[in-house]
Design a protein around this ligand. Structure first.
Ligand code: AMP
Ligand code: MG
Length: 405
């Protein structure tokens, strides 16, 4: 039997990072930058005004106050978008808008709120210093500077920076395509009413949405009956994928046609992982494509996806952090130990003034999908440890932020 950590380590060691592609900037969201990004110009590109007001020479404002204003003639007007090349002469002011280029000769902007504008002049009600309300060219980013390193996660802020540097297309790691296969004679499509002994194929929709949440693209292979031909045909249909994820048919000890086909067609190991729910997980390659076989029980499939498939997809997509980082929670209720196995209990975690708290979401048997419904966390009871009592601390994997529930 493998520990969860050993299984994760072995699995990820066999997974390649996918190649790069140029994606339109919006398709780069939540993906990983493939090359260092450099600035093609200064940011800001030119020295400009941080305020609506008047461009001045700071020295001309010396001693100005509300009680003894300083009057300057207003000789021009510069809006955002103007080239702003006309120089400012000492002893004059120019009306200027936020983002407009500072005219040569000016060294400060006095905000409109500190002035009293007149017909062709302005009364300055305060003194300003050189550099006040001025944004200098290159003070954010210098032309040629590396602004992001390969491996950076691209969130809205990073994309904004790349957009300002002209990256209409962004080099990113390819999104993994995940072929999702359900196996079992008892399964029917979700649009059908199950006959006697049948159940709906709920795992495919669940796993596909986990694939989407993990930033990858699902490819639905449908249901393969428990026959050699059906399993072969389904695998054939997934040939273009980066990863197969199946559910069902990999239980340890059982004779199963799925296992037989996998063994013949590729090199697949059937692992017993020291965890609950989950335990049987298959991993290997089929036609050169990594294959991950998850248990059929919906909750086991859900949890093993989070622990094994998600890190695989994150590695493929170039993420450096592949695993969720546990957070400390204080339990509201008891979390039973799974004895010698590591227990992942479905729970709802929420933030309170003194930190994170969590409650389990009901019965924890692996066929009870309803307890995943309001769960946003998996509370970990380490292998060999006793029950976690109400009021005790535990580590939890946060699947979703609580505001979404
Ligand atoms: P197996 O791993 O094939 O022995 O399946 C274990 C349990 O999971 C059985 O009760 C199956 O009916 C159920 N199961 C298997 N595949 C699915 C699926 N795609 N959707 C829902 N339940 C499933
Ligand atoms: Mg089965």
């Amino acid at each position: 039997m493998l520990s969860v950590d050993e299984a994760q380590e072995q699995l990820l060691a066999a997974i390649p990072v996918l190649a790069l592609e140029e994606a339109p900037i919006l398709e780069a969201l939540d993906r990983v930058l493939g090359h260092d990004a450099h600035a093609d110009l200064d940011l800001p590109p030119f020295t400009n005004s941080a305020m609506d007001g008047f461009a001045v020479l700071a020295a001309d404002t010396a001693g100005a106050s509300a009680d003894s204003p300083r009057r300057l003639p207003v000789v021009g007007y510069i809006a955002a978008g103007d080239p702003g090349t006309t120089p400012l002469s000492p002893g004059t002011a120019v009306r200027i808008m936020t983002g407009a280029p500072l005219p040569p000769g000016a060294d400060a902007v006095i905000p409109i709120e500190q002035t009293r504008p007149l017909e062709d002049a302005v009364d300055l009600l305060a003194a300003v210093s050189g550099g006040d309300s001025v944004r200098y060219a290159g003070e954010d980013v210098r032309r040629g500077q590396r602004v992001l390193q390969a491996g950076a996660l691209l969130r809205p802020g990073e994309l904004g920076l790349l957009a300002s540097l002209g990256y209409a297309r962004v080099p990113v790691h390819r999104k993994p395509i995940v072929a999702i296969l359900s196996t079992g004679d008892e399964l029917v499509d979700i649009g059908k009413v199950p006959g006697p002994g049948q159940i709906r194929n709920s795992n495919a929709a669940m796993l596909a949405s986990q694939v989407l949440r993990a930033g990858a693209t699902p490819q639905m292979l449908g249901i393969a009956r428990d026959t050699r031909e059906a399993v072969h045909a389904a695998l054939d249909a997934g040939r273009g994928a980066d990863l197969y994820v199946s559910s069902g048919g990999v239980s340890v000890g059982d004779f199963d046609v799925v296992k037989q086909v996998l063994t013949e067609r590729g090199s697949v190991d059937f692992w017993r992982v020291n965890m609950r729910p989950g335990k049987p997980v298959a991993f290997g390659r089929i036609d050169g494509i990594p294959f991950l076989g998850l248990p059929g029980n919906p909750v086991s499939a859900f949890v093993t996806f989070e622990l094994f498939a998600r890190p695989v997809l994150r590695k493929m997509a170039g993420h450096r952090l592949r695993y969720r980082q546990p957070i400390p929670v204080v339990m509201d209720d008891r979390v039973p130990s799974a004895n010698t196995r590591r227990h992942f209990a479905r729970a709802f975690a929420r933030w309170e003034q003194d930190g994170w708290h969590a409650s389990t979401t009901g019965a924890q048997e692996s066929h009870l999908l309803s307890s995943t419904v309001v769960a946003n966390a998996l509370v970990i009871v380490p292998e060999g440890s006793a029950d976690i009592a109400a009021g005790e601390r535990a580590a939890a994997l946060l699947l979703e932020w609580p505001e979404s529930l």
